[in-house]
Unconditional design. Structure first.
Length: 525
């Protein structure tokens, strides 16, 4: 009798647990764990570092979006019309869109955000669109007009960028209306909301239940702060991290090991941007065209691609990957030829009198090669470049610094060679070329010693305002050919992204740009 009672109780418990178990399982949030080298920052949509671009793209959206086929597609704007003179853009906004705090997204919200960006216009001078905007007009609740001072052909591309033309809830703007004065909270219309941040530990994103589009299948994205490559790889191998995604997330040796492990899925993206160095035409020995040309011929790019990047990247011969708009120019490459490099230096008067390095007029042929000190990949490339340059008699002093210090060098011109890659789609080539006209990156300083610098800048301006596609082709050819011939860039390779994940993660793919991770399309089994 006693055994029968116990059996009955056990059966009832089994039935009860089986009834409630599905509810319990469904109540556990589906969380994907990713990692980044630091916290994502305050996520001000209109500012830059320390705001991380992939996280800004999770929270904030744009009127239009750069699609996987290279075309601009409708997003927060359902459609648009352009005036015959190219100076007026009329955007028809998507209805029924709300910010994550419940504030409606409408034409007034668009205007307030545009005005906030323009109030801090000096910070955005790298982007050609900013000084072309005359005003933003509210036509009605869901129609807004962007009025330009002159035509600007890449307007839609600039509107699709990760920053600064993204939209913050008006309720999160400061009293001044200027987002440069800080924001109250990171509140956007995107598929994710920032729920919690712990300095040096993690950032937690939750699905935005007010999202107007298809809601993510994953409930939460936990971004752990892991600065070190090896620690990140170990965390992934032990299951603490679910996904490796992006550039320079783990060592390529480790990626190769994961690639050969059947437990993991791996992939390499198509070329996304260019890994390059800027060469200063206004400082020290690199003021001479001969020295800049000799540097080009001295570097064994194929050996770098094979030995350092393990063939995950492609050798670069030009500043932009030829599949970028207006960039298929068939420019003659600087072939690897140390003998030719030495010949150029000899003819320019740089002699080897004693020791391995050259001199002229009692001055040593010495250059400063600057890189991000905690970037192991840049450091390794810099060391190989140092050896290649020594081989032809050029002494390279390696200077590794924190990212902020390196940025100051770029803007101030305190370098001979400095890492300064392109930004990928949809920035290349128009936005990248536009930024060459101001000292926001290394490009302006690298070109500042060129006698034709003023003409280059003038042609960039003409290109951006031209409504004639054939004229743009011609101008881009002249600009990029001049920069190529003047050897102010040392392209190394066309960069790629990598991804690694386990079997429980599904629908993982590369985004169309370097600055977004398509978490919203991923799912967890």
């Amino acid at each position: 009798m006693k055994n029968r009672i116990i059996s009955t109780i056990a059966a009832l418990l089994t039935i009860t647990i089986s009834l409630f178990l599905p509810v319990i399982v469904q109540a556990v949030p589906k969380t994907l764990v990713y990692s980044w080298s630091g916290n994502v920052g305050p996520l001000n949509p209109h500012l830059y570092s320390p705001n991380q671009m992939f996280a800004q793209s999770m929270v904030y959206e744009s009127l239009v979006r750069y699609g996987s086929d290279g075309q601009v597609i409708p997003w927060l704007a359902e459609s648009w019309e352009v005036s015959a003179d190219g100076c007026d853009y009329l955007f028809h906004l998507r209805k029924g869109v709300f910010f994550s705090d419940g504030t409606p997204f409408d034409a007034l919200a668009v205007k307030k955000n545009h005005d906030a960006v323009l109030a801090n216009a000096k910070r955005h001078t790298w982007l050609g669109l900013i000084d072309k905007i005359k005003e933003t007009k509210v036509i009605d609740t869901y129609t807004v007009k962007l009025v330009l001072t002159e035509p600007y052909y890449p307007l839609l591309y600039d509107m699709s960028l990760a920053r600064p033309m993204r939209y913050l809830s008006p309720s999160a703007l400061p009293k001044s209306g200027n987002s440069a004065d800080d924001i109250k909270a990171p509140i956007g219309t995107g598929p994710w909301t920032l729920a919690e941040s712990r300095l040096g530990e993690y950032d937690l994103f939750k699905r935005n239940d007010r999202y107007w589009g298809k809601k993510p299948a994953i409930d939460r994205i936990l971004v752990k702060v892991i600065p070190d490559h090896n620690t990140r790889a170990m965390a992934f191998a032990t299951g603490e991290v679910d996904l490796i995604y992006g550039e320079d997330q783990i060592s390529l040796d480790t990626f190769d090991r994961f690639k050969n492990d059947p437990r993991y899925t791996t992939a390499i993206s198509p070329p996304m941007a260019t890994r390059a160095l800027a060469i200063n035409s206004k400082r020290g020995p690199t003021r001479e065209l001969a020295v800049r040309q000799a540097i080009q011929h001295a570097v064994n790019k194929e050996a770098i691609v094979k030995g350092i990047f393990l063939n995950t990247e492609i050798k670069a011969d030009t500043l932009f990957w030829p599949n970028k708009p207006y960039c298929d120019l068939d420019l003659p490459p600087y072939e690897y030829n140390p003998g030719k490099s030495e010949q150029i230096l000899e003819q320019a008067g740089w002699q080897k009198t004693h020791g391995p390095f050259r001199t002229k007029d009692k001055k040593n042929l010495t250059v400063d090669l600057c890189f991000t000190g905690n970037n192991a990949l840049e450091k390794t490339v810099a060391e190989v470049l140092q050896a290649d340059l020594k081989n032809v008699g050029i002494q390279a002093n390696l200077i590794g610094e924190e990212a902020d210090s390196l940025s100051r060098r770029q803007k101030g011109g305190n370098f001979n060679l400095i890492f300064n890659g392109t930004w990928g789609s949809p920035y290349d080539p128009h936005a990248y070329c536009s930024s060459m006209r101001v000292p926001s990156h290394a490009d302006y300083q690298a070109q500042s010693g060129l006698s034709m610098k003023e003409e280059i800048d003038r042609k960039i301006g003409l290109t951006l305002s031209s409504t004639d596609q054939e004229k743009r082709h011609l101008l881009y050819r002249e600009i990029l050919s001049t920069l190529h011939n003047q050897a102010v860039y040392l392209p190394i390779s066309y960069t790629t992204e990598i991804l690694v994940h386990g079997k429980k993660i599904h629908n993982v793919s590369f985004g169309p740009t370097l600055h977004e991770i398509p978490f919203a399309t991923m799912s967890i089994q």
